[in-house]
Design a protein around this ligand. Structure first.
Ligand code: DGL
Length: 274
């Protein structure tokens, strides 16, 4: 029997920016991805609601055999990671957080930009990160209103993306940032546009490679049984054909995608029948 699959979830396509690094680092591991597109964006929702969604998705992934859950969403990690660990004590979780620690360690100007959702900025987790690691630097934050939706619509570059990013990034550049943290998993898909606007001298930090390394470290604990080449499959509570088309474009790989629906706090698979 092969190693259990790794479950990965996000409100939408954002967590695919994590999936691609997990896949590159651990090509033998089966991956199950859930996009809760019925509820995207999570960024403006109350933490209690995000926890309810995250717990439902976690139960679904565990029912499908997942042995580790990656909360590939900064907003859901901020709202739900601690209570998820309490509710599922036997399950290893890997979460996300804005890379404030490496960003603050790296800056020479002492000025760091942070792009994340309102939910992440308002969280206790983010406040604690700032207090622990960034008391000596100035953080320039922007909740990037509309950016998640633009990535979900597939417009990751072009005039609409530039128009949205310009008022976010120009003030940060004018303030003298030399480091920019992508604190939402949707944003790395807009990296070419972001880098163009901030210029080559600003280092843009995507935490996904570090998260993939953490997944590899956790998996190294219980031995895998040498599964053959792993596959990746996705589920969405939105439109599976649209998700699969966008995922293929963002990842450069096909990602077979099945529909899911919410029944109360539970995810059900219409394809599986009653
Ligand atoms: N991709 C998510 C994150 O990392 C959430 C975006 C959203 O749904 O608002 O924060």
């Amino acid at each position: 029997m092969g190693a259990p699959p790794v479950g990965i979830f996000d409100s939408g396509v954002g967590g695919l920016s994590v999936l691609r690094h997990v896949r590159a680092l651990l090509p033998d591991v089966d991956l199950l991805y859930v996009a809760d597109q019925a509820h995207v964006p999570y960024g403006g929702r109350p933490a209690a609601e995000i926890l309810r969604f995250s717990a439902g998705i976690t139960r679904f992934l565990l029912d499908r055999g997942a042995g580790l859950i990656v909360v590939a969403c900064n907003t859901a990690s901020a709202a739900a990671l601690t209570p998820l660990r309490q509710a599922f004590p036997a399950v290893p979780f890997v979460g996300m957080e804005p890379a404030v620690k490496p960003g603050a360690a790296r800056t020479r100007t002492g000025r760091v930009g942070v792009m994340a959702t309102a939910g992440t900025f308002e969280s206790q987790r983010y406040t604690s990160l700032m207090e622990r690691y960034a008391s000596h630097v100035s953080l320039y934050q922007d909740p990037c209103v509309g950016l998640v939706e633009l990535v979900e619509s597939g417009q990751v570059d072009g005039p609409a993306m530039e128009a949205l990013l310009r008022p976010v990034l120009e003030p940060m550049v004018a303030a003298g940032i030399d480091t920019l943290i992508l604190g939402c998993t949707h944003y790395p898909f807009a990296l070419p546009a972001i880098q163009r606007l901030v210029g080559p001298d600003v280092a843009v930090i995507d935490p996904a490679p570090a998260v993939a390394r953490q997944v590899a470290r956790v998996l190294a604990g219980p031995p895998g049984a040498g599964a053959p080449a792993g596959g990746a499959r996705a589920f969405t509570t939105g439109d599976p054909a649209a998700f699969a088309a966008l995922a293929a474009r963002l990842l450069g790989l096909p990602l077979p995608t099945a529909p899911l629906g919410w029944a109360g706090d539970h995810l059900v698979s219409p394809a599986a029948g009653p």
